[in-house]
Design a protein around this ligand. Structure first.
Ligand SMILES: Nc1ncnc2c1ncn2[C@@H]1O[C@H](COP(=O)(O)OP(=O)(O)OP(=O)(O)O)[C@@H](O)[C@H]1O
Ligand SMILES: [Mg+2]
Length: 397
């Protein structure tokens, strides 16, 4: 029996840093290299993955990597309301100026910066006019944004830093309108960053979000997708391997252990999805400590599995369905009866009494709200892992 168990070492949640960040060493190393190659090579990263797979905690880690590498980093989570040129520009200008102020304060501690340093960071002979000149044709917001970013980069370098890194989470909320007169916030952002990078300045942009981010970039400026190094974050693998580490490592030095048979069962059930690993761990921990046990066992899992699924459905899935309109929910629930993956519009049509046009509109709205994403014409996938199983459970409830 364990003496006094400490706090629950598992962290199921949104962007809650796990005790042990498993299986992301490769991505972290690649990011460090990417920054080291700037400004000669633009250091932009597109980080995509399904819900709950660990994008936000990795983004936090990349922010720390940037800081530790001598860059000034600013991280923000975007919201749907930022999807206009003015809103995005206002937000990023504020973020850039706060980062600049922070850089100056740190710079004051570092002491004087030489011209030689400023030259290595590409800033000696470059002015904001050089940058905005190459933006000719862009709107006012684009110029304002480029100026704000330029100021942040300049302050960062003149305070002895390598450059400025902007990290944006939930970046799939940005997408350009198709008509010329519409809003083009994503193009505005990539054009402003590209203009600075073409002038040789050390700015790095990390865009993190759902898989739709990729299509949004493809539809923005012609060069936008090529500007980014792509990193797809997936489930953790292996026993032994990252999935096992994510489950077992938090128990280290807690006085509680997990039986091998239990570990194997959990790993099979969670399919390597980080949120699920944290949730299963947290519930097993509560069960073990409330019973006064010092081991996670299979019997324990048998006893609480139903309760784990209830919590999973409530915390991870239900919110995604309940914010939808009744007709969006209808189509989504119907999709749960279709073969998967992928989800085919034709299968939904065959099961629905709604018109084809209506179904297309509803699929578009589900995509816009980030519940599904388009793979190709007429084919979709859910953005949350194991969502098809959830819909089946929900249909039976
Ligand atoms: N590499 C990892 N090792 C262990 N646990 C992890 C890892 N990555 C994420 N987690 C855990 O998984 C959960 C989800 O992480 P996070 O919020 O970063 O996912 P996300 O991909 O940003 O999800 P969403 O798309 O919903 O924003 C958190 O509880 C976090 O602690
Ligand atoms: Mg996230």
């Amino acid at each position: 029996m364990s003496a006094t168990p400490g706090k629950n070492p598992y962290r199921p949640g949104a962007a809650t840093v796990p005790l042990h960040l498993a299986g992301r060493d490769v991505q972290i190393k690649r990011f460090r290299k990417l920054l080291a190659g700037a400004p000669e090579l633009p250091a932009n990263l597109r980080l995509t993955g399904l819900r709950g797979v660990g994008k936000s905690v990795l983004l936090r880690e990349l922010e720390s990597v940037a800081n530790a590498s001598g860059w000034v980093a600013a991280r923000r989570q975007l919201e749907p309301r930022h999807n206009t040129e003015d809103e995005l520009c206002a937000l990023l200008a504020a973020v850039a100026s706060a980062a600049g102020r922070r850089a100056s304060r740190l710079g004051a501690l570092k002491g004087a910066v030489t011209d030689a340093w400023v030259a290595t960071r590409g800033l000696l002979n470059v002015t904001i006019e050089d940058v905005t000149f190459s933006l000719a044709g862009g709107g006012q917001a684009e110029t304002t944004l480029a100026e704000a970013l330029f100021d942040a980069v300049e302050t960062a370098v003149r305070s002895g830093h390598e450059g400025f890194v902007l990290l944006l989470d939930e970046a799939q909320v940005l997408h350009d309108d198709t008509d010329r007169g519409g809003e083009h916030p994503l193009s505005m952002l990539v054009a402003a960053v590209n203009a600075l990078q073409e002038s040789g300045l050390p700015i790095a942009l990390v865009l993190c979000g759902l898989p739709t981010l990729r299509a949004h970039l493809q539809k923005a400026r012609t060069y936008s997708e090529r500007m980014f190094r792509a990193e797809t974050i997936g489930e953790l693998e292996g026993n032994p391997g990252a999935a096992r580490d994510a489950f077992v490592e938090p128990l280290r030095s807690t006085g509680i252990t997990a039986d091998e048979a239990l570990i194997a069962r959990v790993l099979e059930e969670v399919e390597g999805y980080p949120f699920f690993i944290q949730l299963w761990g947290a519930e097993l921990w509560d069960a073990a400590t409330s019973l006064g046990f010092d081991r996670f066992t299979e019997q324990m899992l048998d006893a609480i599995e139903g309760q784990i699924y209830e919590r999973l459905d409530e915390e991870f899935y239900a919110g995604r369905v309940e914010t939808l309109t009744p007709s969006e929910q209808d189509v989504l629930m119907l999709s749960g009866q279709c073969p998967y993956p992928p989800l085919r519009t034709s299968d939904i049509r065959a099961r629905s009494d709604k018109s084809d046009g209506n179904i297309n509109v509803l699929m578009g709205r589900l995509t816009e709200q980030g519940v599904i994403y388009r793979i190709q014409k007429g084919q979709y996938a859910y953005t949350a892992p194991k969502f098809a199983e959830y819909l089946r459970r929900r249909a039976q409830a």
